[in-house]
Design a protein around this ligand. Sequence first.
Ligand code: ARG
Length: 460
Amino acid sequence: MTKLWGGRFKERTATDVEAYTQSISYDAALYAQDIRGSQAHARMLARQGVLTDEEAKQLVAGLDRIRSDIESGQFVWKPELEDVHMNIESRLTELVGDVGKKLHTGRSRNDQVALDFRLFVSDRLRVWRKLVVALVGVFLKRAREQQATLLPGCTHMQPAQPVSLAQHLLAYAWMFTRDAGRLADCERRVRISPLGAAALAGTTYPLDPASVAEELGMYGTFDNSMDAVSDRDFVIESLFCASTIMMHLSRFCEEIIYWANPSFGFVRLPDAYSTGSSIMPQKKNPDVAELMRGKVGRVYGDLTAMLTILKGLPLTYNRDLQEDKEPFLDADATVTASLSLMAGQLDALTFEAQRMHHALGLGFLNATELADYLVGKGIPFREAHHITGRAVALAEERGVRLEELPLADLDALCDRIGEDVYTVLNYDAAVARRNTSGGTGPVAVAAQMDKLERWLADNA
Ligand code: ARG
């Protein structure tokens, strides 16, 4: 077997070296992008008079045939041919004869692999973005159903103030809108064509990189050939986007996990998204949410791997860069599966409004209301805070809620408290009053939902 690069070699590559250096076991995933790129390159070579139109036609047709052979499972991948690029090129020459050997004119595997991977990554970023937008749609749908459901809003994981479940769910919807924005922004930098940079220094052939970029639907071409073949910061940014998506998913997973604990009982897990225990018959475990929370670790690992691979690499292409593919493929599989599973799980989740309402009474969540009420009666806020604290202590001592303290006892703490205090202590009223922009009040929540609806229409 002669390697495509074998001219100056006398001895064959050691078998374990072939196994160590090959990338075909994972970069075959880039076949469609490799073929698209090669076809655009061949057409450009013909436009520039480097190849004849007939030669370009033969190359394009041979590459079409290879694509359909790959897709029908007939293509034979050869590990000794190292990677996807040489597997396809060597098969092309078998199919179309010597003209196949002209495809690589004015091109190196260094700009070729950078092109293929940029196309691949940007194609995947578009897929992630669609999944993120779909998930925002599910958060919005569930929020619309839960405007009247109240639950304790927490700080420090301690009951703080009542909020609507809609407000809580919408907080996540907004996080994912930012993820979608990051993906779109990132994609503009990834989808830039490095073809024409050749090995590292550009080429002597009269290439037209801009027309290749345009044919491939890319946003532009490289500015510096050395940067073009050695840059992988586009992989780092993409993995950062994946990491942030996973981090957001895992925060909601954590809520699902503790909400499903019977001590809370705020949600009931759909059977399809939970599993049982082999020893404890009563168990219904939130495994999907737990695994998703756990898988954040591997995606952060993928990002860390890529940051580490690039650190200290001199210009230009170094074989280390071949290590860019597996972390990305791993993150891609994880983030796509997680996003679509979360959408399904959230859609099927049952919210237990009664349990949430019961929890409102457990942590003096209306204490701020009492303090604000006193301020309304002309008492300075610090003093109002202090009086309310004493009311909380009294209620706690008696094992009752604030609204269960008789007026006489409240009056003893501050004589400006009147019968109207009990309307203020009502939880629904507390939520209904918070209509400042972005707040949990129904008017403010409706405005958020309208804005999200418009965002979804713009990002469909
Ligand atoms: N499989 C290689 C990679 O992924 C392709 C580029 C190889 N270039 C080279 N000069 N050996 O990086």
